[in-house]
Design a protein around this ligand. Structure first.
Ligand code: FES
Length: 214
């Protein structure tokens, strides 16, 4: 091989090695940052005082969490929205209070106030406001008592179940019902008030069942 060609090849190989040495850690850093930011979307937080949650009418609350990218930190960024529905229900299971400042009463089971027997409880349901089709935010339409997606006409009943195409008058593009979130009522030991606590997660769009986003 000609000497000039050998030199060209050697210098090209050295250039590629240097680019890899610089570039691969950079790519890893970006990927790690994205992963770290996505994991921040899972959060458990108290979102509303129980007394502020009306019975029978869904209420939307924002989920805020610390978000960080390579350059900036946003301590209270809105990462999603949740619809809460408080409804009357009955259950004998009211869980023990814990010694913690916020003690669990019972998952999604709330003792009602006043002279109602202790076995009578309200139930709080929590749904992600993110449409499982392609991720738009659903809104609640009181007259229809349905959650509607403004993007492609997805529709869900008050309990997050898909409305059938027959009832809708067109095909429901949603692949599944609204994603249910774990929800409980906790006691604030200082104020003595009950709060609704939600475990917020994101789920894969387009899947026929609820799968947590990695
Ligand atoms: S994003 Fe909701 S129906 Fe398409």
């Amino acid at each position: 091989m000609h000497r000039r060609s050998v030199l060209k090849l050697t210098s090209a190989a050295l250039g590629a090695a240097c680019a890899a040495a610089i570039g691969i850690p950079g790519v890893n850093y970006v990927v790690a940052t994205v992963r770290r930011n996505r994991s921040k979307a899972e959060t458990v937080q108290s979102v509303i005082r129980l007394k502020d949650l009306p019975v029978g009418r869904p209420v939307a609350v924002a989920i805020r969490a610390r978000a960080q990218d390579a350059w900036t930190v946003a301590p209270q960024q809105v990462v999603g929205h949740v619809w809460l529905l408080r409804r009357p229900g009955k259950s004998p299971a009211v869980g023990p209070k814990e010694a913690d400042s916020k003690a669990a009463v019972s998952p999604a089971k709330v003792p009602t106030a006043g002279d109602v027997p202790p076995e009578d409880v309200d139930i709080v349901e929590a749904f992600s406001a993110t449409c499982p089709h392609l991720g738009c935010n659903v809104v609640y339409q009181q007259d229809k008592q349905q959650f509607l997606c403004p993007c492609h006409g997805g529709a869900f009943d008050r309990h997050g179940r898909m409305v059938t195409g027959t009832a809708l008058g067109h095909e429901n593009p949603a692949p599944r019902g609204l994603d249910k979130l774990a929800c409980s009522v906790v006691l604030d030991a200082i104020s003595g008030e009950k709060w609704v606590e939600v475990r917020y997660q994101r789920f894969q769009q387009g899947a026929t069942r609820q799968i947590v986003e990695e």
